[in-house]
Design a protein around this ligand. Structure first.
Ligand SMILES: *Cc1c(COP(=O)(O)O)cnc(C)c1O
Length: 389
C-alpha cells in the first residue's frame, strides 16, 4: 500500500470532503447539538438547519422540499426505494413483478434479489446493449399490469454509461407504474431536474459529490407511495424513522450546492480530459478497449479492459507508482473474477479480468492526467509480462 500522497483518480469510489462542507458541519458537531424533534431552542435551531438543507437539495433538483427524504446513504436510499415501492404496490394491487437491469449497483440488485427470494416477488432483467444501456422499446415490451416497480441505474459506476432515464420514466408514468433510478454517480456530474427527468424515486449519496459518508437522500415524488422499511418515530414524513444526522445533512447540502452550481464548467473541463485519456490509452496500448458508451457517459469517467492483464496486479503497480485507480466497482476490489457488469456486456474472461476505471473530480489537474498517461503503458506491459512468466 502506497502511504505517500498519490494522484487520486478514483472519484467514483468517493470524493474528498469539500472544505466548505466541513466548515458548514462544524457547528452541528459542537454547540448546535440539538435534536430537531425537540421543542426548545436547541431543537428549533437544529430543525431550521435540517429544513434549510432540505430546501437546498430540493432547489437543485427542481423539486419540493417535501419530496426529499434524508437517509444514511445511497445504499439505504436504494433499499428504501425498492422495498418501500415494491411493498406499497403489493399492498395496493397485489403486484409482484419487478423489472431491473443486470448492470445495477449491488445496493439495488441485492435488494431486488432478496425481494424475490423472501417476499415472492418475480424478478425480471431488462436486456442491455454492449454499452450497458436499456432501450426504451425493451422496457415498454416487458411492462405488465402487475409490475410493482422498475429500477434502472442512471450513470453506471463501473463503466460510466448513461441511461435514457427521461424516456424510460415517461413510459412508466404513462402506465402509472413506479420508476426508480440510482443516480449516485450523476450527483456530481449531471444537472438533475426532477420535472424533466420525470422519475418517481431517485437515489443520491453525499460522499460521491464532496459531502460526508453515511448520508444521502431518496427523492420521492409527491403522491408516490412507499412503505417505510425502517420503522420507529415519525421522522421524514413517516417515510424514514430515526433521528436525522443534522451535521452530515448540512454538509451534504453544502457540497451539493457548490457542486451543482458549478456543474456546467465542471462537465466541460472534465469531459475534455476524459476524452484525452480515452484517446491516448486506446492509441498507446495494444489490445485495449473502452468499456461503456463512447459518448453517452459520465464527464469524469474513463474505463477500459486490457486483454491478458490481471486488473488487480495493474492496480497494485499503479498504486506503487503513485496513482489511485480502481478496477470498477469499489465493492469488487480483491475479487479475482470479472465483474457481473462486464459479464453482462459480453466481455470474455480474458478481457474482463483486465479492467481499469479512471475517474476524475474537482481537484484533478491536467498535469496529473499527463503523469498518468505517461506511466500507464509501461505498467500494462509489465502486467502482461507477469502473465507470460
Ligand atoms: C457508491 C454507490 C452506491 C452506494 O453508496 P454508499 O455510500 O456505499 O451507500 C450506490 N449506487 C451507486 C451507483 C454508487 O456509485
Amino acid at each position: 500500500m502506497n502511504t505517500q500522497r498519490s494522484i487520486y483518480l478514483d472519484y467514483a469510489a468517493t470524493a474528498p470532503l469539500l472544505p466548505e462542507a466541513r466548515e458548514a458541519m462544524q457547528p452541528f458537531l459542537e454547540a448546535e447539538f440539538g435534536n430537531p424533534s425537540s421543542v426548545h431552542g436547541h431543537g428549533q435551531r437544529a430543525e431550521a438547519a435540517l429544513e434549510s438543507a432540505r430546501e437546498t437539495m430540493a432547489r437543485h433538483l427542481n423539486a419540493s422540499p417535501r419530496e426529499v427524504v434524508f437517509t444514511s446513504g445511497a445504499t439505504e436510499s436504494d433499499n428504501l426505494a425498492l422495498r418501500g415501492a415494491a411493498w406499497a404496490a403489493y399492498r395496493q394491487s397485489g403486484a409482484r413483478h419487478i423489472l431491473t437491469t443486470p448492470v445495477e449497483h449491488d445496493a439495488v440488485s441485492q435488494t431486488a434479489e432478496q425481494l424475490a427470494a423472501l417476499h415472492d416477488f418475480e424478478l425480471e432483467y431488462l436486456p442491455v446493449d454492449e454499452y450497458g444501456r436499456v432501450a426504451p422499446a425493451d422496457l415498454a415490451a416487458r411492462l405488465r399490469p402487475d409490475t410493482a416497480l422498475v429500477s434502472v441505474i442512471y450513470a453506471n459506476n463501473e463503466i460510466g454509461t448513461l441511461n435514457p432515464i427521461a424516456e424510460l420514466a415517461a413510459i412508466c408514468r404513462e402506465r402509472g407504474l413506479t420508476f426508480h433510478t440510482d443516480a449516485v454517480q450523476a450527483g456530481a456530474h449531471l444537472a438533475l431536474d426532477m420535472q424533466t427527468l420525470g422519475v418517481d424515486l431517485l437515489t443520491l449519496g453525499a460522499h460521491k459529490f464532496g459531502g460526508p459518508k453515511g448520508v444521502g437522500i431518496l427523492y420521492v415524488r409527491e403522491g408516490v407511495e412507499i412503505i417505510a422499511t425502517q420503522t420507529g418515530g415519525g421522522h421524514e414524513g413517516g417515510q424514514r424513522a430515526g433521528t436525522p444526522n443534522v451535521a452530515y445533512i448540512v454538509g451534504m447540502a453544502k457540497a451539493f450546492d457548490i457542486t451543482q452550481a458549478e456543474i456546467h464548467q465542471s462537465i466541460n473541463r472534465l469531459s475534455d480530459w476524459r476524452d484525452k485519456i480515452i484517446e491516448r490509452v486506446l492509441d498507446s496500448i495494444p489490445d485495449a478497449k473502452l468499456t461503456g458508451h463512447p459518448r453517452e457517459r459520465l464527464a469524469n469517467h474513463a474505463s477500459f479492459v486490457f486483454k491478458g492483464v490481471d486488473g488487480n496486479a495493474l492496480l497494485m503497480l499503479l498504486d506503487a507508482a503513485g496513482f489511485a485507480c480502481s478496477s470498477g466497482s469499489a465493492c469488487k476490489t480483491g475479487d479475482p473474477e470479472p465483474s457481473e457488469v462486464l459479464n453482462a456486456l459480453g466481455f470474455s474472461h480474458e478481457w474482463g479480468l483486465g479492467s481499469l476505471r479512471v475517474t476524475l473530480g474537482q481537484q484533478t489537474t491536467s498535469d496529473e492526467i499527463d503523469a498518468f498517461l505517461n506511466t500507464l503503458p509501461d505498467l500494462v506491459d509489465r502486467c502482461r509480462a507477469l502473465e507470460v512468466a
